[in-house]
Design a protein around this ligand. Sequence first.
Ligand SMILES: NC(=O)c1ccc[n+]([C@@H]2O[C@H](COP(=O)([O-])OP(=O)(O)OC[C@H]3O[C@@H](n4cnc5c(N)ncnc54)[C@H](OP(=O)(O)O)[C@@H]3O)[C@@H](O)[C@H]2O)c1
Ligand SMILES: *[C@@H]1O[C@H](CO)[C@@H](O)[C@H](O)[C@H]1NC(C)=O
Ligand SMILES: CC(=O)N[C@H]1CO[C@H](CO)[C@@H](O)[C@@H]1O
Length: 356
Amino acid sequence: MDNFNVDNDRDQVKRLCFEGAWAWFLEICFWCCVIAFVMYLLRRVFEGPFYRRTNRIDGKVVIVTGCNTGIGKETALELARRGARLYMACRDAARCEAARLEIIERTQNPNVFNRTLDLASLSSVRQFAERFLAEEDRLDILINNAGVMATPRKLTVDGFEQQLGINHLGHFLLTNLLLDRLKKSAPSRIVVVSSAAYMFGRINKNDLNSEKKYWPFFGAYAQSKLANILFTRKLAELLKDTSVTANCLHPGIVRTELMRYNNCLCFLKTIFHLITRSPKAGAQTTLYLALDPKFDALSGGYYEYMLRLPLLPWARNKEMANWLWEESEKMVGLKHNDDESKLTNITTVQVIKDEQ
Ligand SMILES: NC(=O)c1ccc[n+]([C@@H]2O[C@H](COP(=O)([O-])OP(=O)(O)OC[C@H]3O[C@@H](n4cnc5c(N)ncnc54)[C@H](OP(=O)(O)O)[C@@H]3O)[C@@H](O)[C@H]2O)c1
Ligand SMILES: *[C@@H]1O[C@H](CO)[C@@H](O)[C@H](O)[C@H]1NC(C)=O
Ligand SMILES: CC(=O)N[C@H]1CO[C@H](CO)[C@@H](O)[C@@H]1O
């Protein structure tokens, strides 16, 4: 009798819990929610933190290089939204104008200007700087963002390997030409978009231009991004008695056009999409360094996910930073060199300085 009752109860329990269609439905719903929540958390983790302060920069003059697309465009958009007087420094006039019109429409800020800057040409850099210095009295924020990654080996107009030429040397010259204006506008700042790929990089003293051996990503790109960091740190040191700060960053792995030269990675696209950040998320650390008031006084740091991170020894090497700085000065013609042709460039620089 007892036995019968127990079995009966068990049956009833079974029926209640597992046999009703609603039970299955609830269970499926539950697991869907769990999966959705986990995916949401993962996305949040990969998207990283956002810059939440609402400080405006009305009337501040800002230059962003390479801002017709990708991280640069999102950076420009947010700075325009906060009232910047924004100079878009891009190599392709049509793409620049398209982005400019979109930014004006979305932010209702009319002070957004298109300017041509091809970092693969020193004379283009000089022309850009000359025009800018003639039309603006101040420069509050310079954002060196433009870049190319893992391209086939190609030379710039001036004969430099293009990843080094565009990512480092073009920006090196640009920054130096604008430095006095930044000092005059202090507190002001320089933000350099580098990459965690610097970890794979070494400055190849004997073959800066990868003439002997060309390794697109782990060689030339990584070297150029390491150069960005050494440049920033040397700059911070040179500027330590001024109120001009210089900081650099890694934006995360961001879905942009940067991969345009790397079709071989296409098969990874789906996975890639899951673990990468949107350009908007990718712009957050740049915005943090450009906007947060604390960087009026903090200089020489390397940031990722809005956190200051320690650098590997070869990115902290002062001797190398000094060597690279001097070598870069020679390469872009900012310094006395035995070579006659390079003397002409010093004249150009002095003319620009005299105009101020
Ligand atoms: N995406 C990532 O995962 C990632 C990771 C680490 C670091 N970064 C760095 O983030 C920065 C921005 O990259 P992104 O991902 O936004 O790439 P992107 O979408 O390819 O944008 C790069 C920008 O740089 C411009 N540019 C290229 N060559 C130039 C030149 N010679 N003169 C002037 N502008 C030039 C491009 O102009 P065009 O459109 O005319 O080509 C474009 O506006 C780069 O410095 C990159 O190294 C990106
Ligand atoms: C750049 O902007 C000006 C307005 O400031 C516009 O008249 C001009 O057409 C633009 N340049 C290009 C190449 O679209
Ligand atoms: C060595 C060097 O960089 N020379 C450049 C000086 O500037 C002119 C244009 O202003 C370039 O044509 C040279 O290549």
